[in-house]
Design a protein around this ligand. Sequence first.
Ligand SMILES: C[S@@+](CC[C@H](N)C(=O)[O-])C[C@H]1O[C@@H](n2cnc3c(N)ncnc32)[C@H](O)[C@@H]1O
Length: 246
Amino acid sequence: MNSGYEGFEASWHDFFWDAEEAPSELPLIKKFLEARKGSFLYIGSGSGRLLGPLVAAGHDVLGLECSPEMAKLSRENFPDAKVLEEEWQKHEGEYSVIVIPAFTFQLFSDPQKQLTRLSEQADSLYLTLFFPWAEIAGDLPQNEWYFDRDVVLPTGGTGELETQHKIKEEVGSLVRKHRYTMKNASGNVVRREETVQRLRFFTDAALKNLLKKSGWNIENEIKNLGEGDNDELVYVTTLHLIAVSN
Ligand SMILES: C[S@@+](CC[C@H](N)C(=O)[O-])C[C@H]1O[C@@H](n2cnc3c(N)ncnc32)[C@H](O)[C@@H]1O
């Protein structure tokens, strides 16, 4: 299944990220790339939000993005950043380094197969994954719409995001529906769109097992994008991985 972003999910992607209070992943990726040489591929480079600044900082990174709308935004926003418009599962190539930030890997079905394929394409891998503690703990209601975020749109009016989820903890599956509503300055609905994302998530033990079976050694593990205390719940894990065969 193609999990490329379209419609409001694509065009509003950066507005919602900008409105987030979460720390940026950019310094972590920069540090990772600075210590490495060779050819770099960034899978799911999106609107160029992170790719553009990486290229501007002098890193020779090729973006790979399957959504034509996201690739277009990237080319408009960051014309110096090269982007291939292709689904990674169909992409052939060999790289020194592959980076997959911002949970894109969790959109892929059959994680073991994909990790094995990644180990054949790259010597090292930067991977960021999230863990849905709020959904598991029941802090967010299941099977009903709840308000997620809203932003003031540059064209005036607001963009609202509501979410509905269904989680199966035993199998590490999270299905998230998103409802995007565009409202004009008077608060009237102009347009509404819905999308569905099927995400996989992994317990620590399951992830370690998966990496071992697919030919990756862990070089480094960063919790919560390097912020917060060590004893906090780990919502986001960033891994630096080395392919065993290298
Ligand atoms: C969570 S967004 C992250 C975007 C970007 N990395 C960022 O942080 O701004 C996931 C991106 O991956 C793209 N994507 C999803 N599946 C893909 C695939 N199989 N091959 C290439 N791109 C993919 C989506 O279209 C979307 O732009």
